[in-house]
Ligand binder design. Structure first.
Ligand code: KG4
Ligand code: ZN
Length: 342
């Protein structure tokens, strides 16, 4: 079969977004996502509400993906789905759905590691996009993970460093919560930071060995700073929101860039990609563009829609596995904990 005749239906349900995508070869025909508003008022994802919403959303989301792509179920070559890591109740909805549909259509099933998929999203073919060659370094930054990964081949990866406590997305979201902003606060910090002075307030950066990260101390530092400032001036947050957000964002991005510089020194690899929800952040994007100019790095920044959780990234990973003749065993099951190297 020619690569362009391969149609993959991909399903993503690891956390709070239900996604379905159709790929034709390495191009995306549709990429549908249903966000779950239900969690905002709880200040974080409530696992039981997430799995129920996935159950409500999955059939309409898949139907929409097929319709938008103008593809019939009978044309599908394989079904790819997120096996893990993620919330067990959420993963089970996508896994059961994918297994049943593959069985009904009598086509192969391909399980996908969500963390590999964030990285492999760079191999989606778009108009004029740059595709990294091996080896490259990927900084995966999301609500659940912060890792520097050496990518030697599609499915040959090595973790060079990772967070020892909170993920960078949590650092954004928890800081936002301290400021009274709704969940997820990362994009809001980014928005308010646009008009703020990044040097207005200083927060101390953690000292962590090698290429590992730590963000819990920063969160505590921000909390104490805000509590102290509110005692002195009750309207401190409202009066300084833009500057506070810009300063928090500046500190977090500096921590990330410092580690990337160390990784480049250690490996002598200057091809740098970013992946995961936090790579939507405008400051990290700006800093990487500057690094490309000043230090001759070759940087790869995914299209906005492929940064946060989406099914297209599951589809490209499923496609790459399918090309290697991979088929999931019929006993395949969801796995809440799964390393990028598994
Ligand atoms: O990859 P993702 O969609 O889900 C996980 O697998 O975790 O990442 C979600 C995270 C959240 O913490 C969210 O606040 C953060 O990405 N995020 C951002 C921005 N957009 C999303 N953080 C900072 N700036 C942004 N523009
Ligand atoms: Zn993710």
């Amino acid at each position: 079969m020619k690569k362009q005749d391969i149609f993959i239906l991909a399903i993503e349900s690891s956390c709070d977004d239900t996604g379905a995508a159709i790929l034709k070869g390495n191009t995306v025909l549709s990429n549908v996502i249903a966000n779950q508003e239900v969690h905002a008022k709880y200040g974080g994802v409530v696992p039981e509400l997430a799995s129920r919403a996935h159950q409500q959303n999955i059939v309409p989301v898949v139907q929409q993906a097929l319709e938008k792509a103008n593809v019939d179920k009978k044309q599908l070559s394989a079904i790819a789905f997120t096996r893990g890591p993620g919330l067990m109740g959420s993963l089970l909805v996508g896994t059961s759905f994918a297994k049943s549909l593959a069985l009904a259509l009598n086509i192969p099933l391909v399980d996908v590691n969500h963390m590999q998929a964030h990285i492999l999203a760079h191999f989606i073919k778009d108009d004029n996009n740059k595709i990294p060659s091996f080896p490259f370094i990927c900084l995966t930054i999301s609500g659940g993970h912060t890792q520097i990964v050496l990518v030697k081949d599609y499915f040959d990866m090595e973790i060079l460093g990772e967070t020892i406590d909170d993920a960078v997305g949590e650092a954004f979201d928890k800081s936002a919560k301290i400021l009274g902003l709704p969940y997820p606060g990362g994009p809001l910090i980014d928005k308010y930071a646009q008009k703020g002075n990044p040097k207005a307030f200083r927060f101390s950066k953690p000292k962590v060995e090698g290429l590992n990260f730590s963000f819990s101390g920063l969160k505590t530092g921000i909390l104490y700073f805000i509590q102290k400032s509110l005692k002195e001036s009750p309207n401190f947050i409202e009066e300084n929101l833009h500057d506070i957000c810009a300063s928090i964002q500046h500190t977090i991005v500096e921590i990330l860039m410092d580690k990337l510089k160390t990784a480049v020194k250690q490996t002598d690899i200057k091809q740098i990609a970013i992946a995961g929800g936090v790579s939507a952040n405008s400051e990290i994007r700006k800093q990487l563009e500057l690094a490309q100019k000043h230090w001759n790095w070759k940087t790869y920044i995914p299209k906005f829609e492929y940064t946060t959780d989406n099914a297209a990234m599951i589809g490209i990973t499923g496609y790459l596995k399918y090309l290697q003749d991979y088929k999931a065993p019929s006993s395949v099951s969801a796995k809440a904990r799964l390393k990028v190297t598994e």
